[in-house]
Design a protein around this ligand. Structure first.
Ligand SMILES: Cc1ncc(C[n+]2csc(CCOP(=O)(O)OP(=O)(O)O)c2C)c(N)n1
Length: 372
């Protein structure tokens, strides 16, 4: 590959504009109507899942929820470009992608509820556990893809990360190893402009995050992350290239985190409302709806059907999360190491005694209440 072919475009690839009008592109074709309808269904469901999870946080049913509201086109596109034998390596913000890949929403919420490290069978779904330590999943993804290559498996790995994670050393190591060893991995960076309160301008001085690719010797491309058609086309090409033995690549999606980092964050402290407001016009869901309605592919019946399906998912999520799981606190210490270290044993005893003390205190309060 000529080194100039590794450079991303100066502007992000876009196949459907903010008004829903198709934009012709010399290299990337608009996905067919069936794919766009499937993507639209995914966007409707993804938005509903984000909203429902936010409500469950406010009800105390989820400990935390990093919402992908506004980033659903990236989430759905990431799941749709993968084949059955491929693998997804997601982060804490990628629950909608995990669910779009087939994981039950209630199982995907187990981590965010705080019950267990991961609530789904990673092998059955070919989805690695959602990673919270930034960029660590990129190294796992590259190692996994390299192993699959050695075994002669038809596996492409799609590794997700945010713009902030590109400043981590792990990002560099993963990119470098992938390029040197020609590993079948695609790095998909969702540039949502913020790493909690830190804006992109404090994260990099590069012309774009996709420009970093050429420094490692792999192609980079930029895509409008709120245009699911473009995400499908650009990511799809990158996955096909990796599958055909063409090696790794980096795709940067330009998108925006519409809500606070998590429920523990107050985004009014570091960004103007007008900025957030401006991105509402670029909403991925409204854009695709406008397009599909104008071409006649989406009618009121289909729209109602998608909304009803999304509502069913939300209802099932509520039912599952309103049920208290029967948890054994000692599980926190099981499976960490084959034999428990004296430090872990001591920590377990501290926790066990604390639980016992609070149980006795609760019983005492109940007895006092009886005497009153
Ligand atoms: C190694 C590491 N350092 C710091 C953190 C704390 N942290 C959690 S999320 C976050 C911001 C990440 O921003 P970005 O990569 O852009 O992803 P986004 O949350 O916007 O999806 C930070 C610094 C962490 N989880 N892991």
């Amino acid at each position: 590959m000529q080194h100039t072919d590794m450079l991303p475009r100066d502007t992000a690839v876009r196949l459907i504009d903010e008004h829903g009008t198709a934009v012709p592109d010399e290299r990337y074709a608009l996905p067919d109507t069936a794919s766009l309808l499937a993507a639209y269904r995914g966007l409707v469901e993804g938005r509903r899942i984000n909203d429902q999870a936010g409500a469950l946080v406010r009800q105390g049913r989820l400990a935390v929820y990093p919402s992908s509201h506004g980033q659903e086109a990236c989430q759905v596109g990431a799941a749709m470009v993968l084949g059955d034998t491929d693998w997804l390596f997601p982060t804490y913000r990628d629950s909608v992608a995990v669910i779009a890949r087939g994981v039950d929403p209630a199982d995907a919420m187990v981590l965010l509820k705080g019950d267990w490290h991961s609530g789904y069978d990673v092998r059955a779904h070919r989805v690695a556990p959602q990673a919270t330590p930034l960029a660590t999943q990129l190294l796992h993804a590259v190692g996994f893809a390299q192993a699959a290559k050695h075994r002669g498996e038809d596996t492409v790995v799609l590794a997700l990360c945010g713009d902030g994670a590109t400043s981590e050393g792990d990002f560099h190591e993963a990119m470098n190893f992938a390029a040197v060893f020609h590993v079948p991995v695609v790095f998909f960076v969702q540039n949502n402009e913020f790493a909690i309160s830190v804006p992109l301008s404090r994260q990099t001085a590069a012309p774009s995050l996709a420009h970093k690719a050429i420094g490692y010797g792999m192609p980079g491309q930029r895509v409008d992350g709120n245009d699911v058609a473009a995400v499908l086309a650009v990511l799809g090409e990158a996955v096909s290239r990796a599958r055909a033995g063409g090696g790794p690549s980096l795709v940067e999606a330009h998108t925006y985190r519409m809500q606070a980092h998590t429920n523990a964050d107050d985004d009014t402290r570091y960004r103007e409302r007008e900025e957030v407001q401006a991105w509402i016009d670029r909403d991925p869901l409204l854009r695709l709806r406008a397009h599909l309605t104008s071409t006649g592919a989406l009618d009121a019946d289909a729209e109602e059907g998608f909304a009803a399906g999304a509502e069913e998912i939300a209802t099932a999520m509520r039912a599952a999360l309103n049920t208290d799981a029967d948890l054994d606190p000692e599980d926190l210490f099981r499976f960490v190491t084959a034999t428990r270290s004296p430090q872990l044993e001591e920590q377990w005893h501290l926790l066990r005694d604390e639980i016992e003390r609070s149980r006795l205190a609760d019983a005492g309060t109940a007895r006092d209440g009886d005497h009153r």
